[in-house]
Design a protein around this ligand. Structure first.
Ligand SMILES: C[S@@+](CC[C@H](N)C(=O)[O-])C[C@H]1O[C@@H](n2cnc3c(N)ncnc32)[C@H](O)[C@@H]1O
Length: 188
């Protein structure tokens, strides 16, 4: 399962960072769609799916669906792998376990699951504008039309990532790179 779309940010530095992020997501998406027998890729917004549809892909094997990640439907067949790129950071802490339970419901036992997202890098990441009472952090993002928007963006530690999947997961691996972290596990 791939969460595809585009991100917006304000400073030149973070725009370069965003392009790298989109490139990473596109390369992973392309590789996954080549390696997998079939892929179900979801996003909640039709506009985002339209961007995905405009890319070259094997439409016989890739199905794009408009779905709410918090209410994924029962699929005709369970998937044996799940991936979400740059989505974890937007999930409120209080919704994480229920998101994961729903995500896991569309996967078969033993499925390989991979999440990838941003590490907070001082001087590169958009600064945190506030922290709410649940510990969720926010950034102010500016769009090309000049409007400003507050976006929930969490930067979990390795122990928070491990704790989030405790009880669901085996063979848990967490890797922190300079700009990204990767969490992978097998569904137990
Ligand atoms: C930061 S973007 C990540 C996009 C893409 N994976 C990438 O790396 O460029 C987050 C995506 O989540 C989508 N989204 C937001 N809320 C959602 C929800 N409830 N269910 C599914 N997708 C959602 C947005 O439309 C957006 O495309």
């Amino acid at each position: 399962m791939i969460c595809n779309g585009c991100a917006h940010s304000s400073s030149a530095h973070s725009q370069a960072h965003t392009s790298l992020k989109s490139l990473a997501a596109r390369v992973i998406g392309r590789r996954l769609s080549r390696a997998a027998a079939s892929v179900v890729a979801t996003d909640i917004y039709e506009e985002v799916l339209a961007v995905a549809r405009s890319k070259s892909m094997d439409t016989g094997r890739v199905e794009l669906r408009r779905e709410d990640a918090y209410a994924l439907p029962v699929l005709p067949r369970k998937c044996d792998g799940g991936f979400a790129g740059f989505w974890w950071s937007h999930i409120p802490r209080a919704r994480m376990r229920s998101f994961l339970a729903g995500f896991h419901r569309v996967l078969s036992p033993g499925a390989r699951v991979v999440f990838m997202d941003n590490v907070y890098v001082e001087g590169s990441s958009t600064p945190i504008s506030r922290v709410d009472q649940h510990g969720d952090t926010y950034q102010m993002r500016r769009l090309d039309d000049g409007s400003g928007h507050e976006v929930l963006k969490n930067f979990p530690t390795e122990s928070a990532l491990r704790a989030a999947v405790e009880g669901f997961a085996a063979e848990v691996r967490v890797e922190f790179l300079q700009y990204y972290w990767i969490l992978s596990y097998r569904l137990s």
